[in-house]
Design a protein around this ligand. Sequence first.
Ligand SMILES: [Zn+2]
Length: 147
Amino acid sequence: MDPEIRVITIDQLGILRAVEEDPASGRVTVTITPTYTGCPAMDVIRADIRRALTAAGHPDAEVRTVYSPPWSTDWISEGGRAKLAAAGIAPPAPVRTTGVVSLTLAVRCPQCGSPETEQVSRFGSTACKALWRCRSCSEPFDHLKAL
Ligand SMILES: [Zn+2]
């Protein structure tokens, strides 16, 4: 599970890139990509992976961090987006670039689905989330920023 957003797995977030087992030695290599640069959760994620691998009988497993291709919110799976919305966190819209213009779609309220929403603060409970409010039902909610 992601340590900051406990409802979604690192696989659904697109942080987990590969899990490989060397057929000869049986040694497991897990490849991950950080989300936001300097995200403090990455150390926790690495420790969580090591603990899970040790529990699964792979104490000598390697956890590799790669930076290319870079992570973006487009790596979040459909299942992951649904889980975010169910937890009251508006998922990021896909970042679509048409030539030089980057389009941002309306942020829908995760409570009532209304597109009548407004940003209250660029920073929410964590640096990767912004605080928004719904103008229809007045509920505040976190929005995972598109990147
Ligand atoms: Zn609403």
